[in-house]
Design a protein around this ligand. Structure first.
Ligand code: SF4
Length: 182
């Protein structure tokens, strides 16, 4: 099993209802040797058009903050808990993210075997860490087996709220330090 095989399976996946409204799937991108994975919530309009993660407005902001923190997209694997855009950008339902994680994200994590998984926003934090209060968990490191999980705000939320933006920038600085210490 490798990332290309998983991406091919995602492209034809009909395991949940989200496949009905998608233009393209967004399997994620980045090298198989990435030590850090970024996991967001779901593809949005631009991502659905291009089939690539975080290419819309929040993606541009993510790039800018990653760059300031000294992190490059080329060194990270970026994806989300569901690989198809929910209708009208609604929040993905538990049944959808459970299905997609089980079918695809778990295997992507197994192949990449990252040391740090940065969870972008409340849905990813709930889905992968079982934690429900992002305001209490953001910026903290949670150890699960061999990995560190690092929840922070979603870039879209950080783009709408100045204090979240500052917190998100600080978290990306911390993520850089964590990545260097592993
Ligand atoms: S969201 Fe995931 S599980 Fe649902 S159809 Fe798309 S790829 Fe399949």
């Amino acid at each position: 099993m490798n990332l290309s095989t998983i991406a091919r399976e995602i492209r034809v996946c009909t395991r949940c209802n989200l496949h009905k409204g998608r233009q393209r799937t967004v399997p994620g991108e980045g090298p198989s040797w990435a030590r850090v994975m970024l996991v967001g919530e779901a593809p949005g309009r631009e991502e659905d058009i291009h089939g690539r993660p975080f290419v819309g407005r929040s993606g541009r902001m993510l790039d800018e903050i990653l760059k300031k923190a000294g992190l490059g997209r080329d060194d990270l694997f970026i994806t989300s808990v569901v690989k198809c855009r929910p209708p009208k950008n609604r929040v993905p339902r538990r049944s959808e993210w459970e299905t997609c994680i089980q079918a695809h994200l778990r295997r992507q994590i197994d192949v990449i075997d990252p040391t740090i998984i940065c969870l972008l926003g409340g849905v990813a934090t709930k889905a992968l860490l079982g934690k429900y209060r992002l305001s209490e968990q953001r910026g903290r490191v949670f150890r699960r087996e061999r990995r560190s999980f690092f929840p922070t705000y979603h870039p879209a939320g950080a783009g709408r709220n100045r204090s979240w933006y500052r917190a998100f920038s600080e978290d990306m600085d911390k993520l850089h330090s964590l990545a260097q210490s592993k």
